[in-house]
Design a protein around this ligand. Structure first.
Ligand SMILES: *[C@@H]1O[C@H](CO)[C@@H](O)[C@H](O)[C@H]1NC(C)=O
Ligand SMILES: *[C@@H]1O[C@H](CO)[C@@H](O)[C@H](O)[C@H]1NC(C)=O
Length: 615
């Protein structure tokens, strides 16, 4: 165990060095991607080896009305190579109805499923029989996952459950791989265990600090050592960020470090060859670790404030070749890249942005029995880096160029899967892959990095895009019903606003710095600002008519500060004129609320004499 942990620590020490080492491996290997056979589920399930699951929250899909409402999820997961959904259930009154739909849809679409009991709702001390009976209810369904010919089940938490009583109520020798914890349960009656901690932490469910840092790899080692030879179900997760304020009863506001996590973790999984892995999650939007679509039908537990306009589909695209390589026991992903692709992600604001004036949690006490509630910028935010992460999935070498606002960098991208990072800059985010003098992939992201607190809040959820651009994936209907609840700005509307922008040639930014609203610092109080989905506005009620022209100009480009302006229409914002980059200040005697507006409008070439001047 020590040597494994040591190797992994070295891997973790320098992710880029590791990626570079791995990439030279991949470019050395013969890259032939045509018709690689991936081992069948039957073969792998019989051996209980190299299975890929994805955690699916039933609690957020209580609004589904038929099995066919699950078809899109089943098809997309299957196409990515996921073998089975771990159906996370609580004790809601719709649970059985939804389980019925999910099992039916899985059967219709050639997917497997199993139940994962969420012990936030079940009680380890008294619910063993109830858990066993529910397993029995689905044991003979055609879509039930069987491992070694036995009905498979799992959990979230649940230490101390009487596993023998559960099996006896199930009436079958359940293959049970719960999320028990080393040292908190006996491993005697279980077949294996799921480790939930897919993120580096401080060992106490918060972000690591230099003095308290439990890496995912250390979690692997401690589970494997505790389990002896029993089945280890290892976590793979792209991200963690949550931001619930007092508008809900489950207030929580913290992050774990995300960054290059998903890419590095998949490389680790290939090297380690765990018997089973679980992607965390398909649709837990509230904690920002979803890899499934925003458009998949679901309700809104308050997450839409940070998930609207923030698709993660590219995270699943990134995972797809790794899943295939993992199933075949291959440590080199290069042979499994079917389609050349770029996957990129970043947060829409830099961590210096101060949203305290309008944030849903800043200065707002809430129930903190969980110990997970913090006011203002999320606990752990210091562990996030202001980077644009770019993964290239290539069949042969090419050049990658990334422009993040004013920062541009080019890289040699070898064949295979490789990751690159560029410091995040305010403004447009553009990507070009060039091979032999030809742009084979290029495009500008639909999401700019801005110093606008969208919907007024701190949002540490990443935007994920791809080249070629994937289909539009908007949040809609039930997924938006709680968006305005608790907001402190009145201008943020429950509508998606990204629009679609199929991969198109990159137009070189004329003057990257002037394309962005003025930067804010955490020490100064940034003007309260409203969402980027504004595309028209005027002076706010009670504000000087002098603001009207400034607001009308700047709101139409998505910059619509809440104090002086009010947004009157929503949708994709226009691109502001580049101007000559000269900064603007309010005329002497005009209020401070003009500052941001004059700076923005003047730098874009509109500096009306009655209100602003070049400074
Ligand atoms: C935790 O340790 C890992 C691996 O050494 C390192 O990459 C990471 O930066 C550390 N995190 C903190 C907050 O010290
Ligand atoms: C909530 O509890 C945690 C753990 O005790 C504590 O660190 C945190 O400061 C508390 N949050 C607030 C807002 O008091």
């Amino acid at each position: 165990m020590l040597s494994i942990a040591g190797t992994l620590r070295q891997l973790g020490l320098s992710a880029l060095a590791a990626a570079a080492a791995l990439s030279s491996l991949s470019s050395a290997a013969a890259v032939s991607t045509s018709n690689i056979q991936v081992r069948s589920l039957e073969e792998r399930a019989a051996a209980g080896n190299r299975l890929v699951f994805c955690h699916f929250m039933i609690g957020i899909v209580g609004d589904r009305g038929s099995a066919s409402d699950y078809d899109g999820d089943m098809q997309r997961a299957k196409a990515a190579g996921i073998d089975a959904f771990a159906l996370n259930i609580g004790t809601d009154d719709y649970t059985v109805t939804q389980l019925n739909y999910a099992y039916q849809s899985a059967a219709n679409n050639g997917m497997k499923v199993f139940i994962s009991f969420d012990f936030n709702w079940y009680h380890p001390g008294s619910d063993a029989t109830k858990v066993g009976q529910l397993i029995a209810q689905y044991a003979n369904q055609p879509a039930q996952l069987q491992v070694n010919g036995r009905v498979f089940a799992s959990s979230f938490a649940g230490d101390g459950l009487d596993v023998n009583a559960m099996r006896s109520a199930a009436g079958t020798n359940v293959y049970f791989v719960p999320n028990f914890h080393p040292g908190q349960s006996s491993n005697a009656n279980i077949d294996g265990a799921l480790n939930w901690m897919g993120w580096d932490s401080n060992g106490n469910n918060k972000a690591p600090t230099p003095g308290a840092n439990v890496t995912v790899a250390q979690g692997d080692a401690s589970y494997q050592s505790w389990l002896g030879g029993k089945t280890y179900l290892a976590p793979v997760s792209p991200w963690f960020s949550t931001h619930y304020g007092p508008e809900v009863s489950y207030s929580k506001n913290f992050v774990f470090p995300g960054g290059a996590l998903l890419f590095n973790r998949w490389q680790q999984v290939l090297q380690q060859g765990f018997p089973m892995v679980e992607i965390i999650t398909w649709n837990d939007y509230g904690e920002s670790h979803y890899v499934g679509p925003l458009s998949s039908k679901h309700g809104d537990d308050g997450n839409s404030k940070w998930t609207n306009d923030m698709p993660h589909d590219g995270f699943l695209d990134l995972s797809t070749p790794f899943i295939a390589a993992y199933k075949n026991g291959d440590t080199n992903v290069a042979n499994y890249i079917q389609t050349e692709k770029v996957v990129y992600w970043y947060r829409r604001n830099l961590k210096t942005l101060n949203c305290d004036a309008t944030d849903t949690t800043a200065g707002r006490p809430a129930n903190n029995d969980s110990g997970n509630y913090f006011e203002g910028i999320p606990n752990g935010y210091q562990t996030m880096d202001d980077n644009v992460y770019v993964v290239t999935l290539l069949k042969s070498p090419a050049t990658l160029s990334v422009t993040s606002g004013g920062n541009s960098q080019s890289f040699n991208a070898p064949a295979g899967a490789n990751i690159f990072t560029v410091p995040a800059g305010l403004g447009k985010q553009s990507f070009v892959v060039n091979r032999n003098g030809q742009n084979i992939l290029s495009g500008t992201s639909l999401m700019d990095i801005t110093n606008v607190c969208a919907c007024g809040i701190y949002n540490f959820n990443p935007y994920v895009g791809t080249l070629p651009a994937g289909p539009s994936d908007p949040l809609s209907g039930d997924g938006l019903t709680s968006l305005v609840s608790g907001l402190r700005v009145t201008t943020c509307q429950p509508h998606p606003s990204l629009g679609t922008n199929p991969s198109s040639p990159v137009t070189p930014p004329a003057n990257p710095t002037s394309n962005s609203p003025p930067p804010a610092s955490r020490t100064s109080s940034a003007p309260p600002a409203d969402p980027t989905n504004c595309n028209g506005g005027t002076n706010a009620a009670g504000q000087s008519g002098n603001f009207a022209g400034l607001c009308s100009f700047s709101c139409s480009f998505g910059y619509c500060p809440v104090g002086p302006c009010t947004c009157t229409s929503f949708g994709p914002a226009g691109t502001p004129p580049s101007g000559d980059g000269r900064n603007g200040c309010p005329l002497a005697g005009e209020p401070d609320s003009y500052k941001g507006l004059c700076s923005y409008t003047c730098s874009h070439g509109y500096c009306p004499e009655g209100a602003c001047q070049y400074c």
